[in-house]
Ligand binder design. Structure first.
Ligand code: FPP
Length: 225
Protein backbone atom coordinates (compact mmCIF):
# COMPACT_ATOMS: atom_id res chain seq x y z
CA UNK A 1 0.00 0.00 0.00
CA UNK A 2 1.30 3.47 -0.91
CA UNK A 3 2.43 5.70 1.87
CA UNK A 4 2.03 9.46 1.54
CA UNK A 5 5.20 10.29 3.45
CA UNK A 6 5.53 13.73 1.86
CA UNK A 7 2.37 15.68 1.04
CA UNK A 8 2.57 19.05 -0.69
CA UNK A 9 -0.38 21.42 -1.06
CA UNK A 10 -1.07 24.40 -3.32
CA UNK A 11 -3.63 26.19 -1.15
CA UNK A 12 -5.64 28.04 -3.78
CA UNK A 13 -9.03 29.71 -3.64
CA UNK A 14 -8.91 32.00 -0.59
CA UNK A 15 -9.82 35.10 -2.60
CA UNK A 16 -12.73 33.48 -4.44
CA UNK A 17 -14.03 31.96 -1.20
CA UNK A 18 -14.15 35.42 0.35
CA UNK A 19 -15.73 37.07 -2.70
CA UNK A 20 -18.44 34.39 -2.84
CA UNK A 21 -19.31 35.23 0.75
CA UNK A 22 -19.30 39.00 0.13
CA UNK A 23 -16.15 39.39 2.23
CA UNK A 24 -12.80 41.01 1.50
CA UNK A 25 -10.15 38.83 -0.15
CA UNK A 26 -7.91 39.08 2.90
CA UNK A 27 -10.64 37.48 5.02
CA UNK A 28 -10.22 34.48 2.75
CA UNK A 29 -6.54 34.34 3.70
CA UNK A 30 -7.48 34.56 7.37
CA UNK A 31 -9.90 31.65 6.96
CA UNK A 32 -7.17 29.82 5.02
CA UNK A 33 -4.74 30.16 7.93
CA UNK A 34 -7.20 28.28 10.19
CA UNK A 35 -7.24 25.40 7.70
CA UNK A 36 -3.42 25.39 7.69
CA UNK A 37 -3.54 24.72 11.43
CA UNK A 38 -6.22 22.00 11.16
CA UNK A 39 -4.52 20.13 8.33
CA UNK A 40 -1.07 20.40 9.92
CA UNK A 41 -2.35 19.07 13.24
CA UNK A 42 -4.13 16.19 11.48
CA UNK A 43 -0.96 15.30 9.56
CA UNK A 44 1.11 15.38 12.75
CA UNK A 45 -1.13 12.66 14.19
CA UNK A 46 -1.29 10.52 11.03
CA UNK A 47 0.91 7.43 11.06
CA UNK A 48 2.76 7.63 7.75
CA UNK A 49 2.98 11.36 7.06
CA UNK A 50 6.47 12.70 7.70
CA UNK A 51 6.48 16.00 5.83
CA UNK A 52 3.86 18.54 4.78
CA UNK A 53 4.97 21.31 2.41
CA UNK A 54 2.54 24.20 2.01
CA UNK A 55 2.72 26.92 -0.65
CA UNK A 56 2.15 30.03 1.45
CA UNK A 57 3.75 32.79 -0.65
CA UNK A 58 5.28 32.48 -4.11
CA UNK A 59 7.98 34.53 -5.82
CA UNK A 60 5.16 35.75 -8.09
CA UNK A 61 2.80 36.77 -5.27
CA UNK A 62 4.63 40.11 -4.89
CA UNK A 63 2.64 41.21 -7.97
CA UNK A 64 -0.55 41.37 -5.86
CA UNK A 65 -1.87 44.72 -4.55
CA UNK A 66 0.42 46.17 -1.87
CA UNK A 67 -2.23 45.95 0.85
CA UNK A 68 -2.87 42.26 0.19
CA UNK A 69 0.86 41.51 0.29
CA UNK A 70 1.22 43.45 3.55
CA UNK A 71 -1.74 41.60 5.02
CA UNK A 72 -0.25 38.23 4.07
CA UNK A 73 3.08 39.19 5.70
CA UNK A 74 1.35 40.21 8.93
CA UNK A 75 -0.85 37.11 8.90
CA UNK A 76 2.17 34.88 8.49
CA UNK A 77 4.04 36.53 11.33
CA UNK A 78 0.98 36.37 13.58
CA UNK A 79 0.39 32.73 12.69
CA UNK A 80 3.95 31.69 13.49
CA UNK A 81 3.98 33.53 16.81
CA UNK A 82 0.51 32.35 17.89
CA UNK A 83 1.03 28.74 16.88
CA UNK A 84 4.41 28.11 18.49
CA UNK A 85 2.64 26.10 21.20
CA UNK A 86 0.76 24.08 18.59
CA UNK A 87 4.09 23.19 16.95
CA UNK A 88 5.67 22.14 20.24
CA UNK A 89 2.61 20.32 21.62
CA UNK A 90 2.31 18.24 18.45
CA UNK A 91 6.06 17.68 18.07
CA UNK A 92 6.08 19.49 14.69
CA UNK A 93 9.29 20.92 13.30
CA UNK A 94 8.94 24.10 11.26
CA UNK A 95 11.15 24.58 8.23
CA UNK A 96 10.91 27.44 5.75
CA UNK A 97 11.82 26.95 2.09
CA UNK A 98 12.31 29.81 -0.36
CA UNK A 99 14.44 32.93 -0.47
CA UNK A 100 13.76 34.64 2.84
CA UNK A 101 16.02 37.63 2.15
CA UNK A 102 13.12 39.51 0.56
CA UNK A 103 11.17 39.64 3.84
CA UNK A 104 11.31 42.32 6.52
CA UNK A 105 13.92 41.86 9.24
CA UNK A 106 11.13 41.32 11.75
CA UNK A 107 9.51 38.51 9.76
CA UNK A 108 12.91 36.94 9.09
CA UNK A 109 13.59 37.00 12.83
CA UNK A 110 10.24 35.38 13.64
CA UNK A 111 10.83 32.65 11.04
CA UNK A 112 14.28 31.98 12.50
CA UNK A 113 12.97 31.92 16.08
CA UNK A 114 10.20 29.42 15.31
CA UNK A 115 12.66 27.30 13.39
CA UNK A 116 15.07 27.28 16.35
CA UNK A 117 12.39 26.66 18.95
CA UNK A 118 11.01 23.65 17.05
CA UNK A 119 14.39 22.27 15.95
CA UNK A 120 14.21 19.51 18.59
CA UNK A 121 10.78 18.27 17.41
CA UNK A 122 11.08 14.96 15.61
CA UNK A 123 7.52 14.36 14.45
CA UNK A 124 5.97 15.91 11.35
CA UNK A 125 7.99 18.52 9.45
CA UNK A 126 5.83 21.41 8.31
CA UNK A 127 7.71 23.15 5.51
CA UNK A 128 6.26 26.52 4.57
CA UNK A 129 7.15 27.75 1.10
CA UNK A 130 7.82 31.47 1.57
CA UNK A 131 8.92 33.69 -1.29
CA UNK A 132 9.31 30.35 -3.00
CA UNK A 133 9.48 29.58 -6.71
CA UNK A 134 10.83 26.30 -8.04
CA UNK A 135 12.73 27.97 -10.88
CA UNK A 136 14.35 30.37 -8.41
CA UNK A 137 15.18 27.42 -6.12
CA UNK A 138 16.84 25.51 -8.98
CA UNK A 139 18.87 28.55 -10.10
CA UNK A 140 20.04 29.22 -6.53
CA UNK A 141 20.99 25.52 -6.20
CA UNK A 142 22.92 25.48 -9.49
CA UNK A 143 24.80 28.62 -8.47
CA UNK A 144 25.81 26.96 -5.18
CA UNK A 145 27.38 23.96 -6.93
CA UNK A 146 28.39 25.28 -10.36
CA UNK A 147 32.12 25.34 -9.63
CA UNK A 148 32.38 21.67 -8.71
CA UNK A 149 35.13 19.87 -10.62
CA UNK A 150 33.43 16.73 -11.88
CA UNK A 151 30.13 18.03 -13.24
CA UNK A 152 26.79 18.32 -11.51
CA UNK A 153 25.00 15.08 -10.63
CA UNK A 154 21.34 14.51 -9.80
CA UNK A 155 22.14 13.87 -6.13
CA UNK A 156 24.26 17.02 -5.88
CA UNK A 157 21.56 19.21 -7.36
CA UNK A 158 18.88 17.61 -5.24
CA UNK A 159 20.91 18.20 -2.06
CA UNK A 160 21.50 21.83 -2.99
CA UNK A 161 17.79 22.58 -3.30
CA UNK A 162 15.84 24.17 -0.43
CA UNK A 163 13.93 20.89 -0.20
CA UNK A 164 15.58 17.66 -1.29
CA UNK A 165 12.51 15.58 -0.41
CA UNK A 166 10.56 14.04 -3.27
CA UNK A 167 6.81 14.53 -3.03
CA UNK A 168 4.48 11.52 -2.88
CA UNK A 169 1.18 13.37 -3.07
CA UNK A 170 0.54 16.85 -4.44
CA UNK A 171 -2.86 18.45 -3.89
CA UNK A 172 -4.07 21.67 -5.49
CA UNK A 173 -7.34 23.13 -4.26
CA UNK A 174 -9.33 25.82 -6.09
CA UNK A 175 -10.06 24.12 -9.41
CA UNK A 176 -7.05 25.09 -11.52
CA UNK A 177 -4.90 22.41 -13.12
CA UNK A 178 -1.39 23.81 -12.97
CA UNK A 179 1.73 23.60 -10.84
CA UNK A 180 2.40 27.35 -10.57
CA UNK A 181 6.17 26.98 -10.11
CA UNK A 182 5.82 24.76 -7.01
CA UNK A 183 8.38 22.02 -6.26
CA UNK A 184 8.95 21.29 -9.96
CA UNK A 185 11.96 19.04 -9.29
CA UNK A 186 10.45 17.25 -6.29
CA UNK A 187 7.11 16.32 -7.92
CA UNK A 188 8.79 14.22 -10.64
CA UNK A 189 6.82 11.12 -9.54
CA UNK A 190 4.16 12.63 -7.31
CA UNK A 191 0.54 11.61 -7.63
CA UNK A 192 -1.36 14.81 -8.34
CA UNK A 193 -4.88 15.58 -7.15
CA UNK A 194 -6.57 18.71 -8.49
CA UNK A 195 -9.75 19.41 -6.58
CA UNK A 196 -12.40 22.10 -6.97
CA UNK A 197 -12.82 22.81 -3.24
CA UNK A 198 -11.62 26.30 -2.30
CA UNK A 199 -8.88 26.17 0.35
CA UNK A 200 -10.94 27.63 3.25
CA UNK A 201 -13.53 24.88 2.62
CA UNK A 202 -10.91 22.12 2.63
CA UNK A 203 -11.45 19.81 5.58
CA UNK A 204 -9.65 16.98 7.32
CA UNK A 205 -12.28 14.70 5.74
CA UNK A 206 -11.31 16.04 2.27
CA UNK A 207 -7.71 15.00 2.93
CA UNK A 208 -8.78 11.63 4.34
CA UNK A 209 -10.72 10.93 1.13
CA UNK A 210 -7.73 11.87 -1.05
CA UNK A 211 -5.46 9.66 1.07
CA UNK A 212 -7.86 6.74 0.60
CA UNK A 213 -7.78 7.21 -3.20
CA UNK A 214 -4.00 7.73 -3.18
CA UNK A 215 -3.47 4.39 -1.42
CA UNK A 216 -5.23 2.56 -4.26
CA UNK A 217 -2.98 3.98 -6.99
CA UNK A 218 -0.41 1.68 -8.51
CA UNK A 219 2.83 3.67 -8.48
CA UNK A 220 5.37 2.32 -10.97
CA UNK A 221 8.00 5.08 -11.05
CA UNK A 222 8.61 4.45 -14.74
CA UNK A 223 8.95 0.70 -14.29
CA UNK A 224 6.39 -2.01 -14.92
CA UNK A 225 4.44 -4.00 -12.38
C1 FPP B 1 -4.00 31.45 -2.90
O1 FPP B 1 -5.33 31.91 -2.87
C2 FPP B 1 -3.40 31.62 -1.61
C3 FPP B 1 -2.31 32.37 -1.34
C4 FPP B 1 -1.58 33.12 -2.36
C5 FPP B 1 -1.78 32.50 0.01
C6 FPP B 1 -1.90 31.28 0.86
C7 FPP B 1 -2.09 31.73 2.25
C8 FPP B 1 -2.83 31.11 3.18
C9 FPP B 1 -3.47 29.80 2.97
C10 FPP B 1 -3.07 31.71 4.51
C11 FPP B 1 -1.87 32.09 5.27
C12 FPP B 1 -0.91 30.98 5.42
C13 FPP B 1 -0.26 30.70 6.56
C14 FPP B 1 0.76 29.64 6.58
C15 FPP B 1 -0.53 31.43 7.79
P1 FPP B 1 -5.73 33.09 -3.86
O2 FPP B 1 -5.64 34.36 -3.11
O3 FPP B 1 -4.90 33.02 -5.09
O4 FPP B 1 -7.22 32.72 -4.17
P2 FPP B 1 -7.99 33.00 -5.52
O5 FPP B 1 -7.36 32.12 -6.57
O6 FPP B 1 -9.37 32.57 -5.19
O7 FPP B 1 -7.87 34.46 -5.81
Amino acid sequence: MNKARHIAIIMDGNGRWAELKGKKRVQGHEAGAKIVKEITTFCSNAKDIERLTLYAFSTENWKRPRLEVEFLMKLLEKYLKNELNTYIRNNIRFEPIGDLRAFSKSLQKTIQTIQEKTAHCDGLVQALALNYGAQDEIIRAVNKIKDCDDGITEVMLSNALDSKHSVDLLIRTGGDHRLSNFLLWQVAYAEIFFIDTLWPDFKVESLEKILKDFKKIERRFGGIK
